[in-house]
Design a binder for this molecule. Sequence first.
Ligand code: GLV
Length: 311
Amino acid sequence: MKHGLLALDKGHPGQMDLLEAHFDIIRPRAPDPERIIAENAQNVRAITTYLNPVQRNLMEMLPNLEIIACGAVGIDHIDLDAAQERGIAVTHTPDVLTNDTADTGIMLMMNILRRGVEADMYVRAGMWKNGAMPLGRTLGGKKVGIVGLGRIGRAFATRARAFGMDISYFGPSKKDDVAYQYYDDLEAMATDVDVLALTCMGGVRTKGLVNYSVLQALGKTGFLVNIARGSVVNQSDLLMALSNKVIAGVGLDVYDDEPNVPESLFIRDDVVLLPHIGSATVETRTKMGRIVAGNLLAHFAGEPLLTPVEM
Ligand code: GLV
């Protein structure tokens, strides 16, 4: 009998094709996903998920669960403590998505400063005939403060440098291998920069890091870009800061309660909103799917995991 694989979503391109021959794939579909999970609970040895949560209660329903193969780099939606207590392996998909995600950050930054999305809408709405649209802001010479100089933060910094931007960063520790200015105080960095770019991990350590005071420090000419996780920003503080004109604008790829985006943002022209597409290219998602499958096949063949989360 094949091992049961609980697939919490449809997976990346090609992912399930690679797994179908090896696993009995269980899809917890509506209208009663819980019943499907309960009926197959004994057989489930593995879970695949992209961004759907895997919390303790789900793990508790699955006595034979051995591995959670996550098709994302961020793993803040997986209860690692619960996994570790049970000796359940967790894998993710770092590296392959670094460049696309950094590109998405640059796309957001350019669009919010140069008003790219607004400009497109301006033409489509026939407004150009009535006169030129408001001016944007130059990227070159601006200061960008990166929150979390990990793989994606570094790739974002390299790109921003190419636009002539001045880089600084905030994080738990100073990195010896970069010359960018380091801040151990986020408010101090926000005060000094024109753009605050969030590229850090989500989770308890970064929850609510960007609050009203940080936004006030960023100030009326400052822009926020978030390609990390919605939880890194206190979303109600952000909404208040926007309506009080505390900052100049924001570009968001991630939100608190995806796919629900606060509707008050829809009517604003100082925001650019993307639907969590950091790594959303055919090339990268295909690679991510191969890594998910590769980790599962390695695990059940008794081989080393390709990309384990170190716990
Ligand atoms: C996407 O947000 C990811 O963590 O891969």
